[in-house]
Design a protein around this ligand. Sequence first.
Ligand SMILES: [Zn+2]
Length: 535
Amino acid sequence: MRLSFWGADHEVTGSCHMLEAAGKKILVDCGMQQGPDEYDNQEIPFAPGEIDYVLVTHAHIDHTGRLPLLYKLGFSGEIHATGATADLCSIMLRDSAHIQEFEAEWKNRKGKRAGRDAVEPLYTMEDAEGVISLFHPWDYGQEVDLCPGIRIRFVDVGHLLGSASIEIWVTEGDVTRKIVFSGDIGNLHQPLINDPQYIAEADYVVMESTYGDRNHEATAIDYAATFAQVIQETFDRGGNVVIPSFAVGRTQELLYFLRHIKANDMVKGYGNFPVYVDSPLANEATNIFRENMYGYFDPEAMELVRQGINPIGFPGLKVSVTSDDSKAINFDDQRKIIISASGMCEAGRIKHHLKHNLWRPECTVVFVGFQAVGTLGRSLIEGARSVKLFGEEINVRARIVRMPGISGHADQAGLLRWLDSFSPKPRKVFVVHGESEICDSFAALIASRNQVETAAPYFGACYDLATGVCLDPGVKRQPQQKPRTRQPSGVFARLVAAVQRLVRISNRYEECANGDIAKFADQVDALCDKWEIKE
Ligand SMILES: [Zn+2]
């Protein structure tokens, strides 16, 4: 029996681990690599046709995004997950295939004009639908015998609807080992979903370490009250509230708070103001949340359900789907909230809503999630004075608010709490799914704190689970140096915008009087002399 590591090893994305036991090959997750961790999404580093089972911890794309590729390359085994995870995967993998097809088509349109060969999408809708048909849904806590010698169980880990740690018992002859894969460990007190459940025993633990080096700020903000105040102030000024949000998870949390705000009349004077959710994926996800309340929602949300109240629905909730509906949202005077994908403002309909609302000082843009460096969302929270949308320069005059969202990830204290529940101690803890230094430092921390053997494996590392011996140390992958066009950010973005403004102004002087041109030129020269950095 062997365990090997094929993704999210000294990296945060691309989760993929393989267990070989009882004559079977079992994958745990098959995620897409994203951002700086992207190495080789095009390839699967083993023969997909030889995999018997895939177990999925949760539906996020960095844990599931290469499943359609696995299928395309010959996988035809069974996929096991919780019911809610299976349902969420059915929309998220289709959405991912749509993006792959769209991007390939776009590249091909450009490539054709430049005489380049056509590129193939990473996978197609057909591949996504094929792999979706292989899912077997289970409840939390159900023991499932996959085949003689392999038993599994999904345990709620409170990260996303349906998210799970997976317990796996494998038996070969008279040797039985239990391996627990943590999946992404959730934070405490998230709306709608339960807190992480703890597991008592394991021989081996494979655990994530996203926040292995830090704790969340202990600010006990009253989320609903803060949110209500922002809405009230914006409506009183005559503006709209625009919220770039992630379609799955974060949007449903917002709906939960908005229901509470409306039910308790926390925004006064605007009746049942409309809340538009302008993202087809977000609306499909909301339906899946609604269909999977029992067994997945936390006690507070279930109490509402028992009273006949939909925890993520309310009067005034509008789900616009066609792109004409989407455009129409900005052409009436009513105060409104617009929730739209994508979370980092890089794509989708949110750009249209920003174009119509960013220049209006009475409006507010609320950020509820992490904004990666180089994204439009990051520029806005760092104070960009103007941004370019659809080739048009848009002044940023709306109020920009950053609402510290409730993180979906446990912090260092949460990770340690989860690990501390194992008694007796595991034989070994493998630390994965964290930035490279964090994997190492968290492994070192738990080795000394918990007096347990640890390893932070590299890509391709392999261990014998009967003896615990390392058979292959794996290789350290070097991050790809991708040429990227970086957006200026922070105050530097202001400087770039100011210089662009100067150029625009000077262009209009061509037809003006020579005296004015000379005066202008002298002043610009003087300014340059003042600020030029002399080497
Ligand atoms: Zn996740």
